[in-house]
Design a binder for this molecule. Structure first.
Ligand code: BDR
Ligand code: CA
Length: 313
């Protein structure tokens, strides 16, 4: 399988992304690294362990704790959207302990051990990734490919009118990452996620009807965000993080992607964390591939298949 690390602020769809990494046979998930984002740091760790549990218990995948706050700014949470990120689930954490190695050290080490082999799926604020670039100037070169969930492709923000959450929380980190020379693919919030990676009631019913422990877990953890999304007029649950992992492992899900020069606003008053995605006309060298269209039906089918599995916790 594809060797990868998932860097996550584990809540709701981050959990689904971990299931992708843990259960897709195309994946060789080497580690999970944790970064400050969606909900309280310790709760995020609990959410990651619950996901490991529901995916079959002691998977042998290490969980490394990383940066507990953004590089420069105060931490901003999305608890108003996610609650505790697990729908209030409580589960035995049965012998699961975080690794003693810091996430940034683990990222740098793993990338250096096998240069050009490891892919990183970053589905939270980019603090750990930026810190790894500072820690080891060779990091961007050693990583095979970086898959980032964040920003909007000249569309709407979700935390402010201008900004998507992951880039808003740590704009300095996001800016540094796009300047670092990674081979980077971006899964933006709008229009891609908002229009295509949305599971409406019919799909959610189909998932619930599977009746597996994984499907029950999915329904539970997605409950709070479904309520929030409906309250703001989004008809279903959004799956940007699991899509980002899936796009690495199943490139055929991508129908259209283009090269852009991506940069992130750090100084704006109303535009903190805005992702400027510039196409050819501005004379800027492209530094990222931005996913523009997916096979939405195939993506849903992929998630449905994963959740239909029987795992033994
Ligand atoms: C991003 O923020 C979080 O709420 C999601 O997990 C996703 O990574 C979307 O803006
Ligand atoms: Ca996330």
């Amino acid at each position: 399988g594809t060797p990868l690390v998932i860097d996550t602020d584990t809540a709701q769809d981050d959990c689904v992304a971990l299931l992708v990494g843990l259960l897709d046979p195309a994946a060789d998930l080497r580690a999970i690294t944790m970064v400050a984002g969606n909900v309280g740091f310790d709760q995020q760790v609990r959410n990651a362990f619950m996901t490991l549990n529901v995916a079959g218990g002691r998977t042998g995948v290490p969980v490394h704790l990383g940066c507990r706050r953004p590089l420069v700014r105060e931490w901003v949470s999305a608890e108003n959207v996610h609650g505790d990120g697990s729908g209030g689930l409580r589960m035995d954490q049965d012998g699961l302990e975080p690794s003693g190695e810091h996430a940034v050290d683990a990222l740098v080490r793993m990338a250096a051990e096998n240069p050009g082999e490891l892919s990183v799926v970053a589905i939270g604020p980019l603090t750990n990734i930026a810190a790894a670039v500072v820690r080891d100037p060779g990091f961007a070169r050693n990583v095979k490919s970086l898959y980032v969930m964040g920003g909007s492709n000249n569309g709407r923000g979700n935390i402010t009118a201008a900004a998507e959450f992951n880039f808003y929380v740590d704009p300095e980190a996001a800016k540094a990452v796009f300047a670092a020379g990674f081979d980077v693919t971006v899964v933006p919030w709008d229009p891609l996620t908002l229009k295509q990676a949305v599971f409406g009631q019919e799909r959610l019913d189909e998932i619930a009807a599977l009746g597996t422990p994984l499907a029950r877990f999915f329904t539970r953890i997605c409950g709070p965000t479904l309520e929030f999304d409906r309250s703001v007029g989004i008809d279903g649950t959004t799956h940007p993080d699991s899509l980002t992992a899936a796009v690495l492992l199943r490139p055929e899900l991508v129908r259209a992607a283009s090269r852009y020069h991506v940069d992130v606003e750090t100084a704006g008053e109303l535009t903190r964390g805005y992702s400027a995605m510039s196409w050819g006309v501005h004379g800027l060298e492209p530094n990222a591939r931005v996913v523009e269209e997916i096979d939405a039906e195939a993506f849903f089918g992929y998630v449905l298949e994963l959740l239909s599995r029987d795992t033994e916790p």
